[in-house]
Design a protein around this ligand. Structure first.
Ligand SMILES: Cc1cc2nc3c(=O)[nH]c(=O)nc-3n(C[C@H](O)[C@H](O)[C@H](O)COP(=O)(O)OP(=O)(O)OC[C@H]3O[C@@H](n4cnc5c(N)ncnc54)[C@H](O)[C@@H]3O)c2cc1C
Length: 461
């Protein structure tokens, strides 16, 4: 620890309640990396404020001396954004947690940033409403992290990304200024919509401390279907047919390529195979039913039509919540499976549907030269044009060549980050998805709001 670090920690200790600051040894391994575990590094200290005022006091003190800060939520991020760099102070929102209020008439929920997503979802459900954001990491990821990454997940096709669900928020700027914009209204065009500065900007422009979120009516029932498709063209036709049949009731459309599906089935030993046969593609469909009985009949008729037309090779509808949960586990085990694959490597790209076949053919042709016989597993939120590509590397030396194939193959038309963000891991590829003018404007915003560059430096830009 440098003298400057020691002096800062003494200042912070004198301004904050006892127990707010943890030294690197007391903090344990938890604060050293996000879910990727790449470049894990102990922070100089961990600050765990319980209030917005404490967040402001910490940032004010860090701003005064130019101390770099890494913001941490639930540490489930997949881009290395919350992983400390040497000498950084970790600002953890884990104790600034809890649902503050729910207005069932207005359909809004006010929540502190460190609240786990699942806790906020449960609070909405208790009122017969739903917080529509849903990710496999729901038990650990936090609302602040969801806002900072503009999280996507399983229901984007129906409700949009986190941005669509944030009505207002409170954030603390790098110099400790508290910006309170806890707007609860759906409509508010009075001047600039400043909340947008903090949604999807990965903690580089401010620390989100509280938010007002939009709730939706809970569906009477969720119907889950699992469908096998004989080709990629059939998968796309299936998506189109599901959109046209169910419109706003189509809640999820999660595609799995055979290599990912077989890996997940093998990992989930207790899970019976949904189908006896093997197929090139699978999709998990969720329908949010307003009239459950009629919707089940409609779903069955829809699937029968697809089977008859050859668009589906096999199909089933879950008959119970347990069966539905078993099917979802096939899709959602990706996070754990990934960690068992050598050095885990995950891509999160989006591209126009019309480009997908050519992009995937390019991967098939070029990836084996880098990975040998190690597969690149494919799955994703196909309805959102979002593919996840996952593999296990033998050495970090393979990263640059694989990045070149995947990200290079998207340049000019796709995005190197559909929903996980840029963090530290994709910084060097940001320019493949953003124009020089866009990058210059991002830098302008960063220097205006964080002139000393203390907030999440080395992330995004
Ligand atoms: C099993 C699994 C499944 C996942 N599925 C999905 C998915 O379907 N869709 C998806 O989008 N993501 C998914 N993720 C990624 C991850 O869960 C999301 O990015 C999530 O939003 C991160 O929240 P967090 O609280 O864990 O943030 P962290 O990992 O702690 O931080 C992520 C970034 O946000 C910043 N940050 C955190 N809190 C704040 C705050 N209060 N103010 C300002 N900046 C902050 C951090 O500095 C960092 O840059 C998945 C991850 C796992 C492990």
């Amino acid at each position: 620890m440098t003298d400057a670090n020691t002096a800062l920690l003494e200042t912070l200790a004198s301004r904050l309640p006892a127990g707010t600051l943890l030294g690197p040894d007391d903090a344990g391994a938890r604060h050293r990396a996000d879910w990727t575990r790449v470049n894990a590094c102990a922070p100089a200290a961990v600050a765990r404020p319980r209030t917005t005022e404490e967040v402001a006091a910490i940032l004010r003190a860090c701003h005064e001396v130019g101390q770099p800060v890494v913001v941490q939520g639930g540490l489930t991020g997949l881009a290395g954004g919350a992983t400390p760099r040497a000498g950084e102070l970790a600002l953890s929102l884990e104790r600034l947690a809890g649902v503050e209020s729910i207005d069932a008439d207005a359909g809004t929920l006010q929540v502190r940033a460190g609240t786990p997503l699942a806790v906020a979802q449960a609070a909405a459900e208790a009122q017969g409403l739903q917080l529509a954001l849903d990710l496999g990491s729901r038990g650990s990821c936090t609302i602040g992290g969801n806002i900072a990454t503009n999280a996507g997940g399983n229901r984007v096709i129906r409700y949009g990304m986190m941005r669509e669900l944030v009505l207002g928020l409170e954030a603390v700027l790098a110099d400790g200024t508290v910006l309170s914009a806890l707007n609860p209204m759906l409509k508010n065009n009075a001047g600039y919509d400043l909340k947008q500065l903090f949604i999807g900007t990965e903690g580089t422009l401010g620390v989100v401390t509280r938010a007002v979120l939009r709730l939706h009516a809970a569906p009477r029932e969720r119907l889950t279907a699992f469908v096998a498709a004989p080709s990629f063209a059939a998968l796309v036709a299936l998506l189109r047919a599901a959109r046209s049949e169910f419109g706003g009731e189509l809640g999820s459309f999660e595609a799995m390529w055979a290599n990912y599906y077989e890996l997940a089935i093998a990992a989930l030993k207790a899970n019976p195979r949904p189908f006896d046969g093997r197929h090139p593609f699978y999709v998990l469909l969720e329908i949010e039913a307003l009239e459950p009985v009629a919707a089940t009949a409609r779903l069955e008729t829809f699937l029968a039509r697809l089977l008859e037309a050859g668009t589906a090779a096999d199909a089933l509808v879950a008959r119970s919540l347990e069966e539905s949960a078993r099917l979802w586990r096939v899709r959602e085990s990706a996070g754990e499976i990934m960690m068992t694959l050598g050095i885990p490597m995950a891509y999160d790209v989006s591209l126009p549907m019309a480009r997908m076949t050519a992009f995937l053919e390019r991967l098939d042709a070029e990836v084996p030269a880098v990975l040998g016989d190690q597969p690149l597993y494919v799955f994703g939120h196909l309805g959102d044009g979002n593919l996840h590509l996952v593999t296990g590397l033998r050495s970090l030396g393979q990263v640059a060549a694989l990045d070149q194939i995947v990200y290079g193959g998207l340049a000019g038309f796709g995005s190197v980050s559909a929903e996980h963000g840029i963090g530290q891991l994709k910084r060097h590829w940001l320019s493949a998805s953003r124009s020089p003018a866009e990058l210059a404007t991002m830098r302008l915003l960063k220097s205006a709001l964080d002139p000393r560059g203390i907030l999440n430096p080395g992330r995004v830009l």
